[in-house]
Design a protein around this ligand. Structure first.
Ligand code: SER
Length: 376
């Protein structure tokens, strides 16, 4: 299955079960939303999870482009991406959580052909405020899928206040040979899908109150699912990253991790620029600036003659994206020129303290990684 087949299979499965496709929500939330970027499929649906009727009904499905800055430091590993697509399904006060789990399992098994032996599930084991999620535990046992309870890993919220609830996280065995251990003991179990029982709302005082309606929110990272179904170790080896991983290594010789960072950050930057964001020192523009400058820091570590103008049209097109990338490269190049002069001052001879790094970053905009590289 290629990525398009996988998306179609997911959407068809839910449409056949009465879900309406919602489209058109952007990577940028509306101005009233304090969050910079849409971070999950449920994010634009928050008012409806809180009880407002959705114009398209109580059963919804979609593919939502998301951006998570919380995962930035993990980008470079096999599975984390800055911008990714999330496949989502919702019951807004309609069918219950066990139904969502049963359909989820049916889709993984019959729609995507994943054998039961390759799955493991975690459920909420309870804490001081909320009891254990026995309903989900029983449902998974009935389905014959191995399940374990955790305390802290199986609670979903989209922030300190708002709709939240216990969840069931479905993991896939990515190791060679027969599955071993469980998701909490072996990292070869990779999370692919989360089914959240949205039934509570956390208030400003930290207390939990029942939501006026009980909903289900599920989210599955598309690129990770594609990797699993295509039998790839990493999201970069799937058709999602064609042509990036074919072309980038022909331009620059990079280690595996650097190559992933460069591909992820450039691809993400292009999406963000496409939404009208421009590099800046605050807000969304700052996220974009960080992405582009991190790419340049990686590229220039070994060879400062490398330039984004080497990127072919096949990757960056001929339009605004290209101009914005080059403009930021020029600005960053000038900033580093000034940075070199600052660093040549006698006070920066010898090993630098934490305070020096902070000063160089906050006052002169010099990334720590770049300064450390230059001093080496
Ligand atoms: N909100 C949950 C998540 O993002 C499920 O959609 O994982």
């Amino acid at each position: 299955m290629n990525t398009d087949d996988i998306v179609r299979t997911f959407l068809d499965f839910y449409r056949e079960r009465g879900h309406e496709l919602i489209t058109g929500s952007s990577l940028l939330p509306p101005p009233s939303d304090p969050v910079l970027f849409t971070t999950s499929g449920m994010h634009p649906l928050t008012p409806y999870l809180l009880g407002r009727p959705h114009p398209q009904g109580r059963r919804l499905v979609n593919v939502q482009r998301c951006l998570r800055t919380t995962d930035l430091d993990e980008v470079g590993d096999l599975t984390h991406l800055t911008v990714f697509d999330m496949l989502g399904s919702w019951s807004l006060g309609d069918y219950d959580h066990p139904q969502s789990l049963r359909w989820g399992y049916e889709l993984l098994r019959d729609g995507f052909g994943i054998p039961r032996e390759k799955l493991y599930v975690t459920v909420f084991g309870g804490d001081e405020q909320v009891g254990p999620d026995l309903e989900s535990l029983d449902t998974w046992r009935e389905l014959g899928v191995p399940v374990e309870s955790t305390r802290d890993e199986n609670w979903w919220s989209n922030g300190p206040v708002g709709p939240c609830g216990p969840d069931s996280e479905i993991f896939y065995w990515t190791g060679d040979g027969s599955p071993e251990g469980s998701p909490t003991s072996d990292s070869r179990w990779v999370e692919i899908w989360n089914h959240v029982h949205m039934r509570l709302e956390r208030g400003e005082d930290g207390g939990l109150v029942p939501l006026p309606q009980v909903s289900v929110d599920t989210g599955m990272g598309l690129e990770r699912l594609v990797a699993v179904l295509q039998g790839r170790r990493s999201v970069y080896e799937t058709d999602v990253f064609e042509p990036w991983v074919r072309i980038v290594p022909t331009l620059w010789v990079l280690g595996e991790r650097d190559m992933r960072i460069v591909c992820d950050h450039l691809r993400s930057s292009i999406f963000v620029i496409g939404e009208g964001v421009r590099p800046a020192n605050t807000g969304r523009g700052y996220v974009l600036r960080r992405l582009i400058r991190r790419v340049l820091t990686v590229l220039w570590r070994d060879d400062d003659s490398r330039t984004l103008s080497d990127l072919p049209v096949e990757l960056v097109g001929t339009g605004t994206e290209r101009e914005v990338l080059f403009d930021e490269e020029r600005r960053f190049g000038q900033l580093l020129e000034r940075g070199r002069r600052v660093l040549s001052r006698s006070e920066f001879r010898g090993p630098l303290s934490e305070e020096d790094y902070h000063y160089l970053h906050d006052t002169h905009g010099l990334p720590r990684e770049w300064v450390a590289g230059l001093l080496r």
